[in-house]
Design a protein around this ligand. Sequence first.
Ligand code: NAD
Ligand code: MG
Length: 400
Amino acid sequence: MSKRIAILGATGSIGTSTLDVIAQHPGRFEIVALTAHSRVSELASLCQQFRPRFACVSDPSCYSEFKALMGSAAPDTEVLAGPEGLEQVASESSVDAVMAAIVGAAGLKATLAAARAGKTILLANKEALVMAGSVFMNAVHENGATLLPIDSEHNAIFQSLPERFSGTIEGLGVRRIILTASGGPFRTRALAELRNITPDQACAHPNWSMGRKISVDSATMMNKALEVIEAHWLFGATAEQISVVIHPESIVHSMVEYLDGSVISQMGNPDMRTPIAQALAYPDRIESGVASLKLPAVGTLTFEEPDLSRFPAIRLAYATLSQGNSASAVFNAANEIAVAAFLDEKLPFLAITEVIEETLTEVPLTPTTRIEDVFFADQLARSCAASIVAKGRRRERNVA
Ligand code: NAD
Ligand code: MG
């Protein structure tokens, strides 16, 4: 029987890579639902190709345009709209696995709905887990959902853990998890050179082709910071059990060090179709379309310590973990506001982490036992970060 899949964020970088892998295996997977935010013509043409039972545009103002396009593109597909539509497809009884590939906090509700419905979740949307850590993991455990990491580092760790791993590394003889980081496009740039970085420069990643938000996160190293918190929740690892090493070639996707000194890693070319295929077929293995790794052509693999003075985000992630409560939700929300302002050319590159740090000191931290608490902290942090961005712009104008 084919595996029935819903893809949240089908028009994005992860979404289209997922469809690429699925298209290589006719009959093995059935696409039940595809979603996008507002790129209606792209979503309609994917529906024409994959004929899902449901399609959803999460921006409700795009509904009529999308519905009209679907009339000729895929008339048999039921058209849904808004955040409710996303939650509906994520928890549909005819869906086995949900690819959670919406970017940012916008993906949390639907991914949580999938957890509450006990689905297999292929988790790319790291922000959802960073924001809602314990609430999300409780929903996974209480409802018998299965969480398979798509983020290449976490997928590598998952593959390097023993088969009996079930949610925590405790008792598995693990000394630590070592996350690798490419260092992004500015790894070797001096601090002074980072001042006038443009959005296009920040989005030009040397090894990976990704959406714009995660590309900026890679350039500030916020991506690795979010991944430290993601690893904490996915693997039940303490902050002391998670370390980060810079590996510019992006061939070793992460490692697990055991008590006896063994270090197990997963390697491969930097192409997200590998972790996507691993999770789609798990526990089987299928072709992904990724070329064989030719180590002699790579030649040398190098590793170095991260420079926390130029890239303070990783230090902030560890501080956030030790603060607990709503700190991670605040950390994520402030980053989303700052990155959006940077992409909109309203905030200089180096100010992104400054806005996050300032928001973390200004917003009172609160317990997050229910999902409503998480959204409350998220909103508070967003308005605080937005006012810090606006204050910076007023200051800039006064100086000019
Ligand atoms: P992207 O920007 O290319 O695509 C984002 C998708 O989310 C699109 O389909 C878009 O329509 C949808 N979307 C955007 N805003 C939305 C909203 N408000 N409501 C509902 N849907 C919305 O992003 P991406 O690079 O594919 O990344 C997706 C997620 O995967 C992110 O959380 C990212 O951190 C994670 N991830 C990506 C990569 C990668 O290589 N691209 C690697 C690891 C993890
Ligand atoms: Mg990653």
